[in-house]
Unconditional design. Sequence first.
Length: 306
Amino acid sequence: MVDEEALDRFQCGLQPTIRLQVMTHFPLTTNDAMRLALAVEAAQQRSQNILSENNQHPLSVQHQHQQFAPEYLRSSGVAPMDLDAIRSRRQEANWRSSGRSVNNHWRGNNNFHGSNNNDQECYNCGGFGHIAHFCSSPRCQDEVPVVPEGELIDLSDDQDKDSTMLQKTLDEDKHYSNSLLSIKETDLPLYLISCGDCAVKVLIDSGASGSYVASWVAAGFTSCSVSNREVETAGGHVLAINKQVSLPLDAQGYKHTMDAYVLDTKFNVILGRNWLKTVQPIPDWELDTWRINKNGQHYIIRPHNK
């Protein structure tokens, strides 16, 4: 019989209240279940004795035997195991190991209930004659699993090289983001140009190869997807671009269309070199104005913030 089958048959044969206590501890082996069953039965017997003494009405021997009778005397199912039989085998093994006569011991003490609890084993101190509930020795504490030092999380302020490098990168990114957000409109001339139904502030930048528009401005305009397009900022950061739109512009009366990549920056629209080559405006560096000559007409684009 394998241990799992023996464990199951043993638990099925226990008295119901003892079986409940044993099964709630989920014993893994038959020996564990035996130890639990013996401890529970001893505790029940002790509690019955205490109640009998307090009420001054001792339980009759017949009632006590009926309550703690082995399950196999009251059941026709699986043949169970008797706790007294288990206890007898343990006592016999202990007396044999001590070199004493087994027969003499059982002649003088042939009943567990009459043994004055001397054969009860305490699972707290390991002694006999009492159970762990009534043990006067200090309680054994469950061992706390020790985590290997290499698996511990270092919560100290000391940082290793990887953490230092990561923090440096985060600081650089934060500095770059702050530098973008700190650009003030008064630092560069911005021009008010109509884009569709709204007026936007435009930066004319000869350092930008293409033109760029914020996503909220580009919403609703005809767009197309682009691939393998990146832009590198002055700080060395590379930003990916995946969409291009056709912007309808009205620069102080000069209406035209310009393709621009969708890229969120500090500015609504950036007109780069592609716009400068197409429109060919004439700058006035003193006044920061741009003059557009088209079809015999002259259009002057003046800065909005000056």
